[in-house]
Each structure stands twice: as structure tokens, then as C-alpha cells.
Design a protein around this ligand. Structure first.
Ligand code: ATP
Ligand code: MG
Length: 402
């Protein structure tokens, strides 16, 4: 799948940008602040239905403008498809596929898969578990159409349940237990479905990730999915916790099952843990346990990558994450996602850049966009690709194909 034509109107610093692209490698060069990342974000927006950097929709509006519009012509399975997104202040967002608006924006997700690798992606390693959940949820949503509906339902019911807890004002006598039971009966199967999707996904994802990481550098990296729904029962978790406690005494993580000897003895099901937590939920005025608190642990030689990984190692880790994302979406949907590589060479040493280029030129990627603020360096590096490359210059929110 690839994007043939793109037009951005009033989108960040792109007043009215139009361009055609090549099916394989497209390289965007231009000075800092010229609009390269914004252009990739425009492509991402057309594919996923929202911006990549979690800005609100109105933040994408060009200063002083009241609407933005994006239009892309995609080639997918031999057919031409047009996607248009229109965001106007004070109105609901509209996304059209071949001039027909989607009844729900979420229906668009997965139709035009795309993977973006951006400089701030290492935030995935350092920041809160919400970013990691969102990252993996976006991949699973692009593979399984019904997954996003589960997430939407989970959010809705949790909002209602938390409101009920708040209304009780920390007093058990005010808690409407019959209503709580209704919410819980809806929520528990959703938690369990989300947990199943995530577990199955990660089991397939990790070997692909490890294989890709091994081609970039020779370091032991691990990804572990952690959920309250594991029910504190797995020997593997207990072993890992002991290793982590030994290595990392000071690390505090609320989503982790309790790090104590007690863990070994607990064999309670998640449902009983969840129901037994009501008084604590009442005090916290929110739902403490569930898949909305899941996390993914990133480990370098069994220690948290966020504390012990160098910048280059963290960057290599997210590159492998993103390339593995490409592979898993392609394996599962038979559609090659568009690969958007923003500033990828930064912070990598020569050998990692060489390994990355080898990987990119060997593997069967589809359409790839690469940006760099240093055109000479990019040209030199990409010459080793052995594949035709189209160069574009981005300048003050305009694009030219010199
Ligand atoms: N809402 C907006 N309206 C108008 N201009 C904006 C808006 N948001 C950001 N900009 C401008 O867009 C430019 C940043 O563009 P972008 O991040 O795409 O640059 P870049 O080419 O990727 O630069 P770098 O090489 O530094 O990564 C800045 O000049 C910024 O002021
Ligand atoms: Mg940029």
C-alpha cells in the first residue's frame, strides 16, 4: 500500500502543500523547522485518523485558520482510494473514504496501515505506562478491527464506574452496589478480552522484535507484558520479580503485582481480586485494577532500559519496535504499512547506522519516507541502498522535487 498524492491545507506550517510521491523510497530534506515532520504527521493523520504526537486536533490548525483539510490518494491492492480528513473549529471531525464519510472515525483505523518512527519515540521507554499501552493498542487496532471497540467500551464503562465511586464520596453506605455490580458484569469480560488480545499479540511480537534487534546490535533486550489479570500466579513473573527486586530495589511501579513473598502464595482469580478491591477503589475514587493499568516492561540485560540504557541503545530499541510493528502488521494483514522514518540517523553510531541501512535495504519494505536536516549525509547514506530514491526539498512549509 502506498500514498501517491498528498495535499495539506492549513495543516501546521503547510498552508497549501501538494506533492506526488514514489512507490518506494522518498527522502525529504530541509532545514530545521521547514515542515518535514509536519508532512509525515499529515500522512500519519490520513492513515490513522489522528495526529501522531497526541496533539489535540485544533493544535494542527495553522495559526489563525479555522479549518484544516488533508487529502491523500492511496494505491491499495491494485485500487485507487482517496482519503480526506476535514477538521473545522467547533465541528465534528470528518473522514471520508472515496468521498463517503465514515459513520464512526474508528472504522477508518487499520484500513491504511502506517508506522511512524520519530525522534521523541524514546519517550515510550521513559514515560508513563499509558504511552506504551497506546503504542501497542494502536498496532493491535490496525490488525484486529473489533479491538478498538473493546477499548472504547472499556473507557466508557470505567468512566461510569469511576463516577459512581466519586458519587459515594468515600462512604460505603452511599455506594450504589447494585449499579456497581452491573458495571462490573460488563467490565470483567472486556478486561479479559483485552488481556487475551494483548497476550496473543505480544507472544507473536516479541520474537520478531528480538530478531530485528539482533541485527542492529548484540545486546540482550526483553519485552514483558504485565497485567493485573495475570492473577499473580505465574512462576515466570515471580522469578522475574525476584530478579528485578535484586537488581532494582528502588524502582516503584504501581501496575506491577505486589513484590513480596506473599505473591507466591496468592492464587486468587482476577475476578476475586477485582471484587475484593472495592473498598480501596472507593477511597481512591477510581478503579485501581484492570487492563487499563497494564504495562509493558522494557529490559536491557534484565534491568529497566529507561534507567540503564544509553541514548543510542534506547533509540535502537524503538527502531526495532517500529520495524517489528511493520513486520507484524504485514504478516497479519498482508498489507505493507507505509513506513515513516523521521530523523532516524540521529544518535546512532556508524555501526548501528550501517546495520540499520542493511536491514532497510534487504528487507521487503514497501513505501518508505525518510527525513533528514542534513541532505549530504542522507544522500551518502542512502546511496548504499541500491534502490531508486526520490528526493524532495521541504522549505518554509512547501515541498519541491528538485
Ligand atoms: N499550528 C501551527 N501553525 C503554523 N506553524 C506551525 C504550527 N505548528 C508548528 N508550526 C511550525 O512548524 C515548524 C516545525 O515544523 P516541523 O516540525 O515539521 O519541522 P522539521 O522540518 O521537521 O524540523 P527539524 O529538522 O527540526 O525536525 C516550526 O517552524 C513551527 O513554528
Ligand atoms: Mg522534524
Amino acid at each position: 500500500m502506498w500514498i501517491k498524492q498528498l495535499s495539506l491545507t492549513h495543516f501546521r506550517n503547510h498552508e497549501d502543500t501538494k506533492s506526488s510521491f514514489e512507490e518506494h523510497i522518498n527522502c525529504l530534506v530541509g532545514k530545521n523547522g521547514s515542515g518535514k515532520t509536519n508532512l509525515l504527521d499529515g500522512i500519519y493523520y490520513l492513515c490513522i485518523g489522528r495526529g501522531a504526537f497526541s496533539y489535540t486536533d485544533t493544535q494542527h490548525l495553522q495559526h489563525g485558520k479555522t479549518f484544516f483539510s488533508l487529502k491523500g490518494t492511496f494505491e491499495k491492492e491494485g485500487r485507487k482510494n482517496t482519503v480526506q480528513c476535514i477538521v473545522e473549529k467547533g465541528k465534528a471531525k470528518v473522514i471520508k473514504l472515496n468521498t463517503k464519510p465514515y459513520p464512526k472515525i474508528s472504522e477508518h483505523v487499520g484500513n491504511f496501515p502506517c508506522v511512524l518512527l520519530a525522534p521523541n519515540d524514546t519517550d515510550l521507554i521513559r514515560e508513563s505506562s499509558e504511552l506504551r499501552r497506546n503504542f501497542f493498542d494502536t498496532i493491535i487496532s490496525q490488525i484486529h478491527k473489533n479491538y478498538i471497540q473493546l477499548l472504547i467500551k472499556q473507557k466508557q464503562i470505567l468512566r461510569q464506574r469511576n463516577q459512581l465511586l466519586k458519587d459515594a464520596d468515600q462512604q460505603e453506605k452511599f455506594l450504589k452496589k447494585d449499579v456497581l455490580e452491573i458495571y462490573d458484569a460488563q467490565l470483567l469480560p472486556i478486561f479479559s478480552e483485552i488481556h487475551r488480545f494483548r497476550s496473543e499479540f505480544i507472544n507473536e511480537f516479541v520474537p520478531i522484535f528480538s530478531e530485528i534487534y539482533a541485527t542492529l546490535a548484540d545486546e540482550e533486550m526483553k519485552i514483558n507484558y504485565r497485567s493485573h489479570l495475570e492473577g499473580n500466579k505465574k512462576e515466570e513473573i515471580i522469578k522475574e520479580q525476584e530478579e528485578e527486586i535484586e537488581n532494582e530495589n528502588q524502582e516503584i511501579d504501581e501496575t506491577e503485582p505486589k513484590k513480596s513473598k506473599r505473591t507466591k502464595k496468592e492464587t486468587l482469580s482476577f475476578e476475586s481480586i477485582f471484587k475484593g478491591n472495592v473498598l480501596k477503589d472507593l477511597i481512591l475514587q477510581r478503579t485501581e485494577k484492570g487492563t487499563h493499568r497494564d504495562d509493558y516492561k522494557f529490559l536491557l540485560r534484565k534491568k529497566p532500559l529507561k534507567h540503564y540504557g544509553s541514548q543510542g541503545q534506547q533509540k535502537s530499541f524503538v527502531i526495532a519496535l517500529k520495524l517489528a510493528t511493520f513486520s507484524i502488521i504485514y504478516n497479519q494483514t498482508q498489507i505493507k504499512p507505509i513506513l515513516l522514518l523521521d530523523d532516524i540517523f540521529d544518535k546512532l553510531d556508524e555501526s548501528r547506522i550501517e546495520n540499520l541501512l542493511k536491514l532497510l535495504s534487504k528487507s521487503d519494505f514497501g513505501q518508505v519516507f525518510v527525513t533528514d536536516a542534513r541532505p549530504e549525509r542522507t544522500r551518502k547514506l542512502l546511496d548504499s541502498f541500491g534502490r531508486p530514491i526520490a528526493f524532495f526539498e521541504v522549505k518554509d512549509g512547501n515541498i519541491t522535487n528538485p
